[in-house]
Design a protein around this ligand. Structure first.
Ligand SMILES: [Zn+2]
Length: 234
């Protein structure tokens, strides 16, 4: 299966063929729908054949087969193998995910300490940091630094590498709870030149300026050393 969201996250429609459509979901030869993972929600949208439009309410990756499952809760078994369908992404929602996701990369630059977890929605995103004892975070200065990195409109580049090459640079792996799949022959790095470089499978905007202004909504204590930082699109 091809996965267009890795190389071209701006693609909104795609015509492809059905592999199968059963109670587990719709499997296609190709897709542009991002499956839930790395704290980013699965994409939603529609699969269209003639005047039949089937709602895709979520997208998941099967843990064993690694196939991408487009979940179509209301209408099982509509399509047959070989049917040509056109996918339409809920672009507004996905684009907000891309903006917030890219902003979380910048947040990991503004707060350069270990990340223990993260998550995002259409409205907001959070990272949990493994805060060293005695270290304090300042909400206002985080917000100022974050918006400065956004306003500088840095390019965001995709670099393909291998698990072997990444093993030689373990310092690039910031998220301690989510080790990238080093056994895979191909791993994607997200490079914001001079700012940040880390492996990531999510979807990102092409320039940081596209994120737009953000606010730091809150700093929360989640355990003795775990500090949660929540940001939102302004
Ligand atoms: Zn990312």
């Amino acid at each position: 299966m091809q996965e267009q969201f890795y190389r071209n996250p701006y693609q909104r429609t795609l015509t492809t063929r059905v592999v199968r459509h059963d109670e587990h979901g719709l499997v296609l030869e190709d897709t542009l729908f991002y499956p839930l993972g790395g704290g980013q929600p699965g994409d939603t949208g529609s699969a269209i054949l003639g005047d039949v439009s089937v709602r895709i309410g979520d997208t998941r990756r099967d843990r064993e087969s690694r196939e991408i499952l487009h979940l179509t809760p209301d209408t099982h078994h509509v399509f047959a193998a070989g049917d040509e369908v056109t996918l339409e992404l809920d672009w507004e929602r996905r684009h907000r995910h891309m903006r917030i996701h890219t902003c979380l990369h910048l947040l990991s630059v503004v707060i350069p300490i270990g990340v223990t977890g993260g998550n995002l929605t259409e409205e907001s995103g959070r990272l949990d940091f493994n805060l060293p004892e005695g270290m304090e975070l300042d909400k206002a200065s985080i917000e100022t630094e974050l918006n400065a990195l956004i306003a500088a409109d840095h390019p965001v580049e995709i670099i393909m590498t291998s698990g072997e090459a990444l093993k030689a640079q373990p310092e690039l792996i910031k998220t301690m709870s989510v080790t990238p799949p080093l056994e895979l022959p191909e791993i994607r790095l997200i490079n914001i030149p001079g700012v940040d470089l880390q492996p990531c499978g999510g979807t990102h905007v092409a320039r940081t300026g596209e994120i737009g202004p953000v606010v730091v909504k809150k700093l929360e204590n989640k355990g003795a050393r775990n500090k949660r930082v929540v940001i939102a699109l302004a």
